[in-house]
Structures are given as structure tokens and as C-alpha cells.
Design a protein around this ligand. Sequence first.
Ligand code: ASP
Length: 318
Amino acid sequence: MGWAIALHGGAGDIPRHLPPERRQPREAALQNCLSMGVAAIKANKSPLDVVELVVRELENVPCFNAGRGSVLTHSGTVEMEACIMDGNTKRCGAVSGLTTVVNPVSLARLVMEKTPHIYLSFQGAEAFAREQGVQTVDTSNFITSENVERLKQAKEANRIQIDYTQPVIMASKGEYEETNPNLDSQIGTVGCVVVDGNGSLATATSTGGLVNKMVGRIGDTPIIGAGTYANRFCAVSATGKGEEIMRATVARDVAALMEFKGMSLEVAADYVIQHCTPKGTAGLVAVSATGEVTMLFNTTGMFRACATEDGYSETGIW
Ligand code: ASP
């Protein structure tokens, strides 16, 4: 038993020849956020505070698909979403359809703490952000030239893209097929899970969704039990093709296998990733109340990092 933390910067078909200029900033950001999270745990911050802190930081890094770096909808707009959940109390908050909020994860926490609800979206969520006085910017600040180019390429190919490209669905048919490897969308959704030395758990996930998604599309990230879930057994943050993750209720199924089948975190997560989601569509990071940590994916890679109280630490992509 001890504290543990894991974070991800998205799963997908990440090319092994990823150029250093694309790889290094993301690895550095993951390392930095991991250190920040570990320091916060050691300073006795609550798991909820730590996941919010880490995900806020990841949202501020433009090379990930969340907050500042969010990918664009079919109409060239941003619609960000995020979710946060406390394992012991099962209190949770979620937001979708944000166009001006700098840190969606913090708005999700405010939904959890300041409203009788769990999930606010679109105009209602934006109005709540104004009421709460969270930092907002003109929506044009989120439209980066890189993401405009990504959208252009996705539209030309009539595709809706997972963050790291290759396995995609044809916009018209809903079928998976190989893509042109030059279609670069190598950025990712972000998430963080934490357990403290007392076994208290929390999770948070934040995303811009999929490149060229329909306006109004909601993915797995803000759906409790799909992309994000925590209870007293484990905390899970998933990434990948949202429609598949929702269908498989990935995060909740990991928790349910532990709770009802008595599986360890590793076995439960492996079962869900290998048997419940199609190959090439999903990844997750998770921690258990007893301090286990796991980072699994059935895609080519997942930007990820973790650390535990007993000194174990790992950072990886493939
Ligand atoms: N799961 C996210 C979505 O479908 C995307 C991702 O994780 O990269 O919106």
C-alpha cells in the first residue's frame, strides 16, 4: 500500500518514427506533469486536487488534444470536454461543448462542487463558467494553425480522426480503415489517476475530442464510466476512439471486474483492453486502492508516465 500516480497524453497509432520535435515536447510535458503530481502528493494534497492540478497543466500544453491544443470540429470550432471523479465518495463533475474555457477540468470540478448536477454542456456550461468566474478567452485563441491543417487534411480524406491518426472511421460509413500516414494528428487527450497512501482515489480526463467530429458530438471522456471512473477499488482514465470506449463502458468495467470478480487491477484492465474494445481503439491508465498502477493500450502506443511510492517510475510511448 502506498501512493501511486499515472497520466496519459492520448493513445493511438503513434508512428515509431515520430520525429524528435514531435516526441520530445510531449515527453518533457509528461515528465514535468508527473513531477508536479508527485510533489503535490508528497505535500499531502488530496487525490482530487492532484488530478485537477496535473490535468490543468496538461491542458495548458498546446501539443496535447485538450484545452489549448484542442482539435477542431467539422465546422472549425472547438468543443472541449472534461470530467473529474472522486473514488471514495463517487462525487463527480463533467462538462462538454466548451468554447472559451481555458481549463475545462476545473469547470468540471466546479460542476461537482457547486451544482446539484453532474454534467453541464454547451451554452449552459459556458454560462456556468461565466457565473463562476473561471478564466475564459476568446474562442479564436484555441484555433491553432496546426489544428486548422489537421482538420483540412481530415476533411479532404472525409475522415473523423482519433488523435494519433491511422485507425479512423470513414465519416460516411462508420467503418475503420487505413489512412494516409501523412495525415498527422499526433496529439492526444490527457488524463491522470491518483491514489494516496490511505487508498483514496481520484481521476480526471480532458479532451478536444476527435478531429473533424460533428458539431455537438460528445465522446467518452466526460461520460462517467466510459472514459472516466473512480470508486473505492480503482481510478481509471481512458483514451482512444470514444464511440468504442462508450460501447464497452471501459472505465466502469475495470472497476466492476475488481469489485464483482475480485480481479486485480492489472488483470481487470487487461481483460477490458484486450477483450472488450476492438484492437487499435483504446488505452487507459489506472491505479488501485492498494497502490497498484497499470497503463495498457491496444493501439500502437500511448503517451504515458507513472510513479509509485516505492520508487517505481516509467515513461513510455510504444
Ligand atoms: N476519447 C477521445 C474522444 O473520443 C479521444 C482520445 O482519447 O483521443 O473524444
